[in-house]
Design a protein around this ligand. Structure first.
Ligand SMILES: [Zn+2]
Length: 101
């Protein structure tokens, strides 16, 4: 009832510290290590990145909101608040596109 549709198959981590439900094949993050529950890579892993881009499509703003929430939760879990590498990990993979709005 927050108005934010859960289109990723991952329970939003807005509660802070609440582990998302890991589902097989969903490439959901495992907290507090923030590794992928499916392939074991650092989350978001490449399959998850592809999935997010597909699921959110043109709605890049909503994707950024989602990743921002995940980044905040990961920073708290990993005690790496404000870490540049963590920001790069969560946002650095996004394709750069010129604004067309
Ligand atoms: Zn994965």
């Amino acid at each position: 009832m927050t108005g934010v549709a859960d289109r990723s198959g991952v329970t939003m981590v807005e509660a802070g510290g609440t582990a998302p439900q890991a589902q097989v094949g969903e490439h959901a993050p495992l907290t507090p290590d923030w590794t992928c529950g499916t392939c074991g890579a650092l989350w978001p892993c490449e399959p998850k990145q592809d999935r997010l881009l597909t699921e959110y499509g043109a709605d890049r703003a909503m994707l950024s909101v989602y990743l921002g929430a995940c980044l905040a939760a990961a920073a708290a879990d990993l005690h790496a608040s404000g870490s540049t590498s963590l920001q790069d990990r969560f946002f650095g993979w996004l394709p750069r596109r010129s604004k067309r709005f």
